[in-house]
Structures are given as structure tokens and as C-alpha cells.
Write a protein that binds this ligand. Structure first.
Ligand code: PMP
Length: 405
């Protein structure tokens, strides 16, 4: 009989770090969803109003998407059997990429296993050690990791500070290396929108490559959810557009859109594309159906924004700090409730859960020290009574644990 492996002395340093998190009050347990992702879901056996998921348009459990996935399993089986470059490219993979390219108004698109690998795989493969990356300080971790992997020199500009980006760009303008400017379209922890148009002006002025990560903008901003490039009418001015299939689209995956040559290059050089197996056909079929829905049911996006405006307005009326003073002001369905202290934030999140509301506490290192927050996300599927109930729970629980609001 074998015994389960517990930590051996070799890994004791990890246990010490976990103890440190527990001491600080920022250690967390994963909450487990039993059933489907909905505005009211069952986590850890308890029914709660769900303000924590990125299921912006309710696609995670949409009947047409479920049907598409089931049909794809019947037609194609459950797995592709290889990486894309060996034997794992299926007809359905090509269909999705063509669909996304048309939707985003670009020449070509390639799908990756996740938004994370799309960012990291792209940034790391298009630049080398003599090049420069100008990156917003609040860009997503996958951009930061991709930048590090590329070995290019990284210049971080203050959040959304285009003048600072230009200052940094001027310092390296005469260096021979390529320059890449990169921003999130929507910032995932604050919900504010990146200055895509102004950074694109900068890219034009200095001949830099322009890249936008639209993980939280796709399905949310622009016509039919075409994203931040459409929102700012910057078509043709952003060389590399990344999106995710894991948030508004409701499934899993990431994609890169751009010129035919960019996409062709990524298929030959991006390491997650070359060395990791492609999506199962059920995921791909789900995504195809989701892009169809973005075109045919635009009212979902209108509902998302109606709910967002109402919820933000009420949170403000209740006196919660929803950003805009020491943190950026949210402009999208992601609304942080800024608490500051990590332990208090986690206590608040747990108390909210006990009272029937799932709203995740986010602390260091996901956000800076002293800027811990409850991160809330509205969806198109929340009903007004559900939103009102969520607000009531927030108000009562904040009073109970001594948070002003
Ligand atoms: N970029 C941003 C801005 C994100 O918020 C995320 C998800 N946390 C990603 C990329 C990665 O996307 P995925 O979950 O599809 O890997």
C-alpha cells in the first residue's frame, strides 16, 4: 500500500511561504462551483449571487453554445490528438480563425490555448534582446511574462500616462532595436480603458509596433463587442490585437489578430502554438457559436451596460470607494470596491459569502500592497432584483464589519 506524498524537507520553503500568507490573512481556499456558471450559482454548497465571474454575456451556459459543443463531439470526437503543426489542425479550428478575423476586421487570426499563452507566446516570439518593450505598469501578468521571456529591454510607463510613455520612447528612439508599445484595452483589476488611440498616435510618430490585449474588451466594448480598437475607431492602426475566448465568449482560449504575415510568423515561431496541443473541437465549436451570437443578439451587450451603469451608480450612492481617487476610475462592467488592507478585504469577502454574495477579494501580489479590493463584475444576465439584493448584502455586511460605505 502506498502512502500519499506529503511535503518532504526539500519543499519546506514553500510551506513557510504559505504560513506567511496565513499570518497576513491573504491565504485563500478555492471556492468550488457545483453546477453551471450563472448570476445565482452554488459555490461550496451554498447558493449565492455571483459577482465574481467573467461570464459577461451569460455565454458559459447558453443553450446554443452547449448544443454546438455536443454536436462537435459527435462530428469530431473529444480531442485533436496533436499540436497544430503536427497533426492537430482541424477544419473547425480554421473556421473559427476565419470567423474571428472577419469579426475583428483584420487579415488573419490564430487561436491559442488561452489568453495567457496568446500574450506570452506572441510577445516572447516577435522581439529579441536588442529590442524595447514599452508596457503600462498595470498590464496583465501574461504580457509581463512574455516580455521577460523575449529578453527585450522593458520600459514600464505609469498607468495610462501617454506622456511618460513618450518620454521613455524618446530615450531609446535612436537605438537600432524595434520598439513595441503594449497596453491592455480594459485593465482587469480596475476596469478602466487603456488610451489605445493616443498610444497608437505615439506608435505612428515613432514607428513603433502597437499591441493591445483586449481580453476584457472583447464582447464588451465597440460595435457588437468588437473591442477597444473598434471603440476608439483605430482599425488598421494596431498591429497586434489579442483577445480571449475565456471571458465574454464563455469557453476557453485566446487569439491573436493582425496581418497575414504576423499570423504566419506566430504559427512558425510562437512556442505555445508549436509545443502545446490545440483545443478540443467542442471548445472551438462553442466559440464559433458565441461569435454568431455577438452578431445576432447585440441586446445582450446593451443589457450588460444597463446593469453596469445601475450597479455602479448605486455603489457610489451607498458611499463605497469604487476607484477614481488613489486608484483608476472604472469605466466598464469590472467595478472594484477599494478597501486597501489585504486582511480586511479577505474578511469582507468571506462575510459577503456567508451573507449570500460571491465577490472575490483581491490582494497583493495580484494588486499593489495597500490597494486590496473586492472585485465585482456585472453581467447581462443579472436581474434587477438580484442586483438590488447584492447591493443590500454589500451595504449590511460593510456596516457589520466596520467598512465605511
Ligand atoms: N489578459 C488579461 C487582461 C486578463 O485579464 C486575462 C485573464 N485573467 C488574460 C489576458 C488571460 O486570459 P485567459 O484567462 O484566457 O488565459
Amino acid at each position: 500500500m502506498t502512502t500519499a506524498l506529503s511535503a518532504r524537507p526539500q519543499l519546506r520553503h514553500l510551506t513557510a511561504q504559505l504560513d506567511e500568507l496565513k499570518r497576513k490573512g491573504t491565504y485563500f481556499h478555492l471556492r468550488v462551483l457545483n453546477g453551471v456558471q450563472e448570476p445565482v450559482s452554488v459555490y461550496d454548497g451554498k447558493q449565492v449571487i455571483n459577482l465574481a465571474s467573467n461570464n459577461y454575456l451569460g455565454f458559459c451556459n447558453h443553450p446554443k453554445l452547449r448544443e454546438a459543443a455536443i454536436q462537435a463531439i459527435k462530428d469530431y470526437g473529444v480531442g485533436p490528438g496533436a499540436v497544430r503543426t503536427i497533426a492537430g489542425t482541424m477544419k473547425i479550428h480554421m473556421e473559427l480563425e476565419e470567423k474571428i478575423a472577419r469579426f475583428k476586421n483584420v487579415e488573419a487570426c490564430v487561436v491559442f490555448q488561452s489568453g495567457f499563452t496568446a500574450n506570452a507566446g506572441t510577445v516572447s516570439s516577435i522581439l529579441g534582446k536588442d529590442d524595447f518593450i514599452l508596457s503600462d505598469e498595470l498590464n496583465h501578468a501574461s504580457i509581463i511574462d512574455g516580455a521577460r521571456l523575449s529578453r527585450a529591454k522593458i520600459k514600464v510607463f505609469r498607468h495610462k500616462d501617454v506622456d511618460h510613455a513618450e518620454e521613455l520612447l524618446k530615450e531609446v528612439a535612436n537605438e537600432p532595436g524595434r520598439k513595441l508599445i503594449i497596453t491592455d484595452g480594459v485593465f482587469s483589476m480596475d476596469g478602466d480603458i487603456g488610451p489605445v488611440d493616443k498610444l497608437a498616435d505615439l506608435a505612428d510618430k515613432y514607428g513603433a509596433i502597437m499591441m493591445v490585449d483586449d481580453a476584457h474588451a472583447s464582447g464588451v466594448l465597440g460595435r457588437n463587442g468588437r473591442g477597444s480598437i473598434d471603440h476608439f475607431n483605430c482599425h488598421g492602426r494596431v498591429d497586434i490585437q489579442v483577445g480571449t475566448l475565456s471571458k465574454a465568449i464563455g469557453a476557453i482560449g485566446g487569439y491573436v489578430c493582425g496581418s497575414k504575415d504576423l499570423i504566419d510568423y506566430l504559427c512558425h515561431r510562437a512556442r505555445p502554438f508549436l509545443f502545446s496541443t490545440s483545443h478540443p473541437p467542442s471548445v472551438t465549436a462553442t466559440c464559433i457559436a458565441a461569435f454568431d451570437l455577438l452578431e445576432s443578439e447585440p441586446e445582450r451587450i446593451e443589457r450588460l451596460w444597463d446593469n453596469t451603469r445601475y450597479f455602479k451608480g448605486e455603489l457610489g450612492r451607498l458611499g463605497f470607494n469604487i476607484g477614481g481617487v488613489t486608484t483608476p476610475a472604472s469605466e466598464t462592467p469590472i467595478t472594484p470596491i477599494i478597501i486597501g488592507d489585504g486582511r480586511l478585504t479577505m474578511d469582507f469577502s468571506r462575510a459577503l459569502f456567508d451573507a449570500g454574495l460571491m465577490a472575490t477579494g483581491i490582494a497583493f501580489p495580484t494588486v499593489a500592497e495597500g490597494k486590496a479590493r473586492i472585485r465585482t463584475i456585472m453581467t447581462s444576465e443579472h436581474t434587477r432584483p438580484q442586483i438590488d439584493q447584492a447591493l443590500e448584502i454589500l451595504e449590511k455586511t460593510a456596516k457589520k464589519i466596520g467598512i465605511s460605505g
